[in-house]
Design a protein around this ligand. Structure first.
Ligand code: SF4
Length: 505
């Protein structure tokens, strides 16, 4: 048992639903108790899809448990086929149905439906949503991908785009950007999957020369299978950020056997982040958390393209812990691998960053602690399925990242005013940035309790309060460290100045 109030991922059958909903011509029959239809709302409300997900639930109730739940499942599968006439069917169980062990795969076989049926074994008590999506996509690709047909000589290089799903953070717009990048290199797109693909499209995946893996969390397993089984190479670089997009273009060019040199796309991020207005961004302490793909990419953009100092990096994607650990090492820090939001909250409260880049959960945490925050990864709320074009990938994605991450920070001028007019009602300590609404004043971040033996003399404490609040935590920490290293029991005004002189050397 684990006490959980928030979970970063749903159960694995929600991952399977994300694949079925993304595709066309696939129907998912899910053995599940009454009430599990709540998952429909993720697609119709959060992602605002105009159609119900292609999922039929058996919705058994307590009184059904005394009867024949297996018969209920078969009836649901028969009806779903008759009503929706899909090209292929997925069958599986949700958490509760897994316990009653009706074997949806075996039962569906006995029905002898005239379309392929792909059974799903999703261990709900060990695995989560992204794993469920990856496994479902892999099962479908495995069931439908046909051996490679011979390609005519002299045809343009061709790639599949793998990974975008329903309920994916900015997947809709990332597809557009990545198609643009491929077009710049003269690479044709063969199939995009699972989003928008039919089982027949999966059958012709092997007509491409290689696979572009946009989201390793959902397509890594299927792409590895295509590589093993059909010798199709796959990309390893996910094009989020300007530098990474350039690396991605070079990687694709190598796989396609074309010249990457001719690509020069306009992107505003490099100039915007170099322009003098961005000087105040340099060295901002940022904490990053999300799925592995977005967290790793964000850390590189933050450090290399915006000049932030990455003070924390972590993920809830346990399957990609190794990759995140390596990325964290490059920033000289230790990765936080957890799906317990309380541990994330603790890390943020201890590190006291000036900006948090995270999921919807970190948005709540940062709000409580009064720290600016931007969303970089699922899970997300409805506002992160925006109407406007908002990719994360490619050059336009980098423009979006620049605006989104800088927006919650105090503007440089505002920082100055805060320092100068600390007592002013508008610019008082902890006042929210003026461009972020006029709601109740954000609470000032709680001051960390003095650690170690040194105590603050009243005079030093009041001098500390004169330092603007967004650097005050750092000044306090540095002074305490300075005092501890010298074995001082009390922090006087003099200690404060000595520490300041010491750290500014
Ligand atoms: S079966 Fe799983 S997803 Fe459905 S209500 Fe129970 S715990 Fe939640």
């Amino acid at each position: 048992m684990e006490l959980a109030v928030w979970t970063y991922e749903g159960p694995p059958h929600v991952g399977a639903m994300r694949i079925a909903t993304a595709m066309k011509g696939v129907h998912y029959v899910l053995h599940a108790p009454q009430g599990d239809t709540y998952a429909d709302l993720l697609f119709t409300m959060i992602e605002r899809r105009a159609a119900r997900p292609p999922v039929t639930y058996t919705t058994f109730q307590a009184r059904d448990l005394g009867g024949d739940t297996a018969e209920l499942f078969m009836e649901a599968a028969r009806d779903a086929y008759a009503r929706f006439a899909p090209q292929a069917m997925l069958v599986g169980a949700s958490c509760t149905a897994e316990l009653i062990q009706d074997d949806p795969g075996g039962l569906a076989r006995t029905l002898g439906l005239p379309v392929p049926v792909v059974p799903l074994e999703l261990p709900s008590y060990q695995k989560k949503e992204n794993w469920g999506a990856a496994e479902t996509f892999y099962r479908l690709v495995r069931a439908f991908a046909q051996p490679r047909a011979a390609r005519a000589e002299g045809t343009a290089p061709r790639a599949n785009i793998l990974g975008p799903t329903a309920l994916g953070f900015r997947h809709r717009d990332d597809i557009i950007e990545v198609k643009r990048l491929l077009a710049l290199l003269g690479v044709e797109v063969n199939v995009v999957a699972p989003e928008g693909a039919t089982p027949a499209d999966l059958a012709r995946l092997t007509e491409a020369d290689f696979n572009v893996v946009l989201y390793p969390e959902t397509a890594g397993v299927a792409a590895a299978f295509l590589q093993r089984q059909f010798g199709m190479p796959m990309t390893r670089i996910v094009p989020i950020g300007v530098g990474t997009t350039r690396d991605f273009l070079r990687e694709v060019a190598t796989l396609a056997g074309v010249d990457a040199g001719r690509v020069e796309e306009a992107c505003r991020l490099p100039w915007y982040s170099r322009s003098v207005d961005s000087t105040y961004l340099t060295g901002k302490r940022v904490f990053i958390f999300g799925d592995a793909t977005h967290a790793i990419a964000a850390a590189r953009v933050a450090a290399e393209e915006l000049g932030f100092a990455v003070v924390g990096l972590g993920t809830y994607s346990r399957e990609f812990a190794r990759e995140v650990r390596e990325a964290a090492k490059a920033h000289g820090i230790e990765a936080l691998i957890t799906d317990d939001y309380l541990k994330v909250e603790e890390a943020i409260a201890t590190l006291r960053p000036e900006l948090v880049l995270g999921t919807q959960m970190e948005r709540h945490i940062a709000k409580r602690l009064g720290i600016p925050c931007a969303v970089i990864s699922a899970p997300v709320h409805v506002q992160d399925f925006p109407a406007r074009h908002s990719p994360q990938m490619g050059f336009e994605g980098a423009n979006v990242l620049f605006d989104t991450w800088v927006h919650p920070l105090m503007m440089g001028l505002e920082e100055h005013l805060l320092g100068m007019f600390r007592e002013d009602f508008e610019f008082s300590d902890g006042a929210a940035p003026s461009h972020l609404g006029h709601g109740p004043k954000a609470e000032a971040p709680p001051e960390p309790v003095a650690s170690g033996p040194a105590t603050w003399a009243a005079e030093a404490e009041s001098e500390l309060k004169k330092i603007p609040f967004f650097v005050r935590g750092k000044a306090r920490r540095n002074t305490e460290k300075f005092a501890a290293e010298r074995g001082l029991a009390t922090i006087t005004l003099e200690t404060l100045y000595d520490a300041k002189a010491h750290f500014s050397r």
